[in-house]
Ligand binder design. Structure first.
Ligand code: NDP
Ligand code: 2IT
Length: 463
């Protein structure tokens, strides 16, 4: 597959025309965070859209709210030593960026991937602040992880890594302080080892300290499916707003992990015809429609790659090694793999192929140039802060259940998720219209999220 790149161009879909004040904030941020391209990209996306708020709310500028929101409250970087099955010592770097706690305890996932660095942690933490605000739930924003790749590691190695990671991180966590969850490379296996070590060190069965837990040890129904389901529901809302639906539409999804698999399943349930997905080996094109059960077996249970899916599925399913799923024309595109995986060239090709809606299941998967291309073509574009917020929103529902020692049914929880996604869609749509950018969900998401956090920060004084 293609290695994601950062394209030139500061804001997603916006030209870099900032007024003097915003330009000063941006220049200072670039100077103080050198080389952190992903972080700059995420901040630029927000700065490019919040100008109209600054004009209406002068008290924000006086309290330097934008400057404060761009500076994490706390950044923790630590050594994670562990031994592999042969006894060889490895040293990784662990991170937790506690970005903002104005609305609630720090909340956000942990990513274990070779690419993890300070810039990626900060961009993800920054996005999380706005996303979590948009859910309307009492959660602040954070992100963490390590430059450790669980792929190809034995269960024992993954367990020793997780135990070493939590041995340091536990002192910074707590159900009222900081509540991690999963992300790339961190699924239920990793969360289990992390929770076990937290419980052992603290001598507390503190269920609310992590979300995405297994059902047998304090987890909540629907959390596993929530990000992908929520993304599909968000698309359904965008399509309905244009008087149409998933029905009979060709859908392409990138990735084949937690978010992608659930997005595929729900898009199919809503009437979509999902014909391709991808992983780090390339992509699979299956014109009959993807078989989610087989995909789940190959990717989640056997941890194999998509070539294995194509081999077993046979008849017409084709694996393209090293290729990008965006080569397959579709009406609905759901990037659910990683940041900057959908370029401007990909977007233009999708537009030519007739794409009508795009929703980011992943965090910032579309480059600025891609977002611009979708906007120019009038494609309905759901930014990650809104379209993938169903995951963290359902994490907040898991925290509610943990706090009340309750356990809700699948149906009840999914109904709550549907309501939340509907509310997020409406908030983005209405806020965009109110601030002079009708139809621009990205502007709506940034402004609605920013105003909620900014008002809470104002109320809490200069902290
Ligand atoms: P997983 O680790 O479960 O899955 C990631 C998938 O993406 C894997 O199939 C991986 O391939 C594939 N992948 C990674 N990089 C690329 C690439 N460049 N091109 C094609 N495929 C690629 O992670 P998640 O599904 O949890 O996360 C995916 C995205 O969704 C991330 O951006 C994450 O931040 C975001 N997200 C996750 C949430 C969650 O609740 N988990 C919530 C909100 C957003 P392979 O299988 O070969 O490794
Ligand atoms: O990016 C994300 O929103 C997540 N990885 C989920 C965070 C969470 O705390 O559920």
């Amino acid at each position: 597959m293609r290695t994601p790149t950062t394209e030139a161009g500061p804001a997603r879909g916006q030209t870099p025309r900032l007024d003097g004040k915003l330009e000063t904030i941006r220049a200072t941020l670039l100077r103080r965070n050198p080389g952190e391209e992903e972080f700059h990209q995420a901040v630029d996306d927000v700065l490019a859209t919040v100008g109209p708020v600054a004009a209406r709310r002068p008290e924000y500028a006086e309290a330097k709210l934008l400057e404060r929101i761009c500076e994490p409250e706390r950044q923790i970087i630590f050594r994670v030593p562990w031994t592999d099955d042969r006894g060889e010592v490895h040293i990784n770097r662990g991170y937790r960026v506690e970005f903002n706690s104005a609305l609630g305890p720090y909340k956000g996932g942990l990513r274990f991937d070779r690419s993890v660095n300070a810039s990626i942690m900060k961009f993800l933490g920054f996005e999380q602040v706005f996303k979590n605000a948009l859910t309307g739930m009492p959660i602040g924003g954070a992100k963490g992880g390590a430059d450790f790749d669980p792929k190809g590691r034995s269960d024992g190695e993954v367990m020793r890594f997780c135990q070493s990671f939590m041995t340091e991180l536990h002192r910074h966590l707590g159900e009222h302080t900081d509540v991690p969850a999963g992300d790339i490379g961190v699924g239920q296996r990793e969360l289990g080892y992390l929770f076990g070590q937290y419980k052992r060190i603290t001598n507390r069965y503190e269920s609310g300290v992590l979300t995405g837990k297994g059902l047998a040890w304090g987890g909540a129904r629907v959390r596993r499916e929530a990000t992908g389901y929520g993304c599909a529901y968000f698309v359904a809302e965008m399509l309905a707003a244009r008087g149409t639906s998933f029905d009979g539409r060709d859908v392409v999804v990138s990735g084949a992990g937690n978010v992608a698999l659930s997005a595929i399943e729900k898009a199919q349930q809503l009437g979509g015809h999902v014909i391709a997905c991808s992983d780090t080996s390339g992509y699979v094109h299956d014109p009959r429609g993807l078989d989610v059960e087989l995909l789940t077996q190959v990717k989640e249970v056997e941890r194999a790659d998509l070539a294995e899916y194509a081999r077993r599925r046979g008849d017409g399913a084709r694996h393209v090694a090293g290729g990008s799923a965006w080569a397959v024309p579709c009406h609905v595109a759901l990037p659910c793999a990683t940041q900057n995986e959908l370029s401007g060239a990909d977007a233009r090709r999708l537009v030519q192929g007739g794409v009508v809606a795009v929703a980011e299941g992943a965090n910032m998967p579309c480059t600025p140039d891609a977002v611009r291309a979708f906007r120019d073509a009038g494609v309905a574009f759901g930014p990650g802060k809104a379209a993938n917020a169903g995951g963290v929103a359902t994490s907040a529902l898991e925290m509610q259940q943990n706090a009340s020692r309750d356990s809700w049914t699948f149906e009840h929880t999914e109904r709550r998720l549907v309501e939340i996604m509907r509310d997020i869609h409406a908030a983005c749509r209405d806020t965009a219209a109110e601030y002079g950018a009708p139809g621009d969900y990205a502007a709506g998401a940034n402004i609605a999220g920013f105003v909620r956090v900014a008002d809470a920060m104002l109320a809490l004084g200069l902290i």
